[in-house]
Design a protein around this ligand. Sequence first.
Ligand SMILES: *Cc1c(COP(=O)(O)O)cnc(C)c1O
Length: 432
Amino acid sequence: MTSEKKSHDPAWLENGLRSIWLPYTQMKGAVTPCPVVGAEGSKIFLADGTTLVDGIASWWSAAHGYRHPMIEAAILRQLKTLPHVMLGGLAHEQAYTLSARLVNLLPQRLSRVFFSESGSVSVEVALKMACQYFLNQGVKRTRFLSFNGGYHGDTFAAMSICDPEEGMHSLFSGVLSKNLISPLPTDEEKTARFMNLIESNSEDIAAVIVEPYVQGAGGMLFHDMVTLKKIRDATKAIGAFLIFDEIFVGFGRLGTSLFACQRDNIIPDILTLSKALTGGSLPLAATIASDEVFDGFLGDSSNKALMHGPTFMGNALACAAANASLDIFEEGSWIDDVNRVERQMQKLLMDLKSLPGVVDVRVFGAIGVVETGNLVDLDWMRRTLLAKNVWVRPIRNIIYLTPPLNISDHDLTYLCHAVRDATHEWSNKFGS
Ligand SMILES: *Cc1c(COP(=O)(O)O)cnc(C)c1O
């Protein structure tokens, strides 16, 4: 491994580097990660005394910033009474309260919450719900339709519905189950291709899955309600279920409404949540189903029951953190925060569009994206941003910001200026 700040690296980092295996990282010659010793609000503190302003909130999970006092207090309280107990046959207050609160906050038809511990698993559960619903009726609908540009996680079924070209999972194409990948129906030609796929597989499709309004890790691509409406209507017409993966866009990230499905009242049959569910403090995810889906699992014999149950489902510490995060959302200041972040990013980033090499700059709620034709040297861009004391992780050809929703004006301005300066330097060096 090569390191930039070797003299300050703590001993645990050097020792651990010989045994740890890092995510999506070529370990041979990998850049040593920055050792973090603390974090608060939108700041990350490094071992060498450097403070970074965080532009991505740990994969957009830390919606209220790090160590929010209400979340911290709730976790500590729960730790002293009941950190975890199995959910099979035993019940605890935090999980039951959280499920009731989520159902209250969501549109009426989404009424049953199944907990798990990661976004990928909540997607697996959503797919299993759709598939088993039909199997319970003796109907063999076993395929899923998803969209180019989509990202739904890293487990096998989740991989099989990600964009096959994005490179994250293309290696596995021969191993994964053959699902249907369609362009998002954003124009006439793409709508025709989508409708063709839907109609020629109308008996086989159990569910269609989409990240509503913004496809996240697959490229931070935006689409509108007209597109979603087409997907909702087509799915209904063939009697398949619609799954909204709101793991990225849920919990206020888009502004206007807490959940994306409330924005234009386009309601899915199944919804997945994770990432910001605990304000980014502990792992937790939820798959929320409609009455119709849920009723398909009722019967006399236990073999109609949903066949899933992770060991740590509904973990009490994580549910306590999620309940505290909902308390913060219910205070209501997040709407003004997201509007403020959106305006500020528009003001400070939009004119980067005119730089050579930049192909698009777009902002949606608390998501800001600078898209280049080709970043050429991703490590150069990452180093350049880090040298400006901001934590921003460009992926493929894009630099994106998904800061804590409550980031201060000062920190956001600092972040945007760092992105501006880095993009200008990049454009001078590579952009022609
Ligand atoms: C992150 C993400 C997932 C996967 O969640 P993990 O917790 O990383 O397994 C799935 N869908 C979307 C939209 C995501 O952003």
